[in-house]
Write a protein that binds this ligand. Structure first.
Ligand code: CIR
Length: 294
């Protein structure tokens, strides 16, 4: 039987997945060019791999919302709250009602950004895995005005990072916090100020700037659960770095989803996000002295 301490990820089967419009550069030239059976197989492989270390819950797929397979974009979960996404592009806005219904039915308090500010959930808002900090990407999809609102709504410090390369339009396409406070990121996706914030806030020995080749293979769009990392593809250099940090890397081809601009991390939404480092340790039942002393 699975331990209740395993992570839980929300996924949505690609029954209705296809590239049927263009809202990011990856989708260009891919409308109606996908292979449905291959997409189904790749998604199942990711799901099975995750199920070897975590729980996976699936929300019902729906016609007319082909990108709903990217559950990371449905909202930002923290503790028993979720800030529902308000998608920038009209093509994805019909997903909001589906996500809202699912979250409410699973005992989450559903919060909304005021004035429907564009906000794309855990695509742009990622928890640091070492300190109590929420990293927030803006510049393409989510509005920078969401940053102070999120900080108030969730009572957490937010560090905004400006994204500047349209191919890396969500923070989770180019930035991946890992357990223990480690970080993978693609430096050129950020403006100079954001690069400086990352350098200032993450110790140099805990961060790794991936190559353009790895970034374009969606290596930063990785799912992390404990010491496991699931991603589309990593170079030998990146694999060696992750192994030095103690992670086991699982490579699962997700090329059909890259046609739409997403890979492993986008296809999942972590549902068990504890609110603080303190509660993260408390959940394991062994609060370290250093944290107790705070
Ligand atoms: N990067 C993500 O978090 N999700 C991928 C979203 C792909 C979708 N076609 C979009 O452009 O919104």
């Amino acid at each position: 039987m699975m331990s209740k301490h395993l992570d839980t990820f929300l996924m949505c089967a690609p029954e209705h997945f296809e590239v049927s419009y263009i809202i990011n550069p990856w989708m260009e030239g891919n409308v109606a060019h996908g292979d449905h059976l291959t997409a189904q197989g790749q998604w199942q492989e990711l799901k099975h791999a995750l199920q070897s270390v975590a729980h996976v819950e699936c929300m019902p797929a729906a016609a007319g919302v082909p990108d709903m397979v990217f559950t990371a974009n449905g909202g930002l979960v923290l503790g028993d709250k979720v800030i529902l996404s308000a998608f920038k592009h009209v093509e994805r806005q019909a997903e909001e009602a589906h996500f809202s219904t699912w979250f409410a039915a699973h005992d989450l308090q559903v919060l909304h950004m005021p004035h429907d500010l564009p906000f794309e959930g855990a695509g742009d808002a990622l928890l640091d895995r070492g300190v109590d900090l929420l990293w927030f990407g803006h510049g393409h999809r989510s509005d920078v005005a969401c940053a102070p609102l999120m900080a108030d709504m969730l009572d957490i410090e937010v560090q905004a990072l400006k994204l500047v390369d349209p191919r890396f339009y969500h923070l989770d396409t180019c930035f991946c916090p890992l357990q223990g406070g480690y970080l993978l990121y693609y430096e050129d996706a950020f403006d100079a100020a954001a690069q400086a914030w990352i350098a200032a806030r993450v110790p140099v020995q805990k961060r790794f700037a991936v190559s353009a080749e790895d970034a374009l293979n969606f290596a930063c769009n990785a799912v992390n659960s404990g010491k496991h990392v699931f991603l589309n593809h990593a170079s030998t250099v990146l694999l060696a770095q992750l192994q030095r940090w103690g992670f086991s890397v699982h490579q699962i081809a997700l090329t059909e989803f890259m046609r739409a601009g997403g890979a492993a991390k986008c296809l999942t939404l972590k549902m068990n996000e504890p609110h603080t480092v303190r509660s993260r340790y408390a959940a394991d039942g062994n609060l370290p002295e250093s944290v107790l002393a705070l």
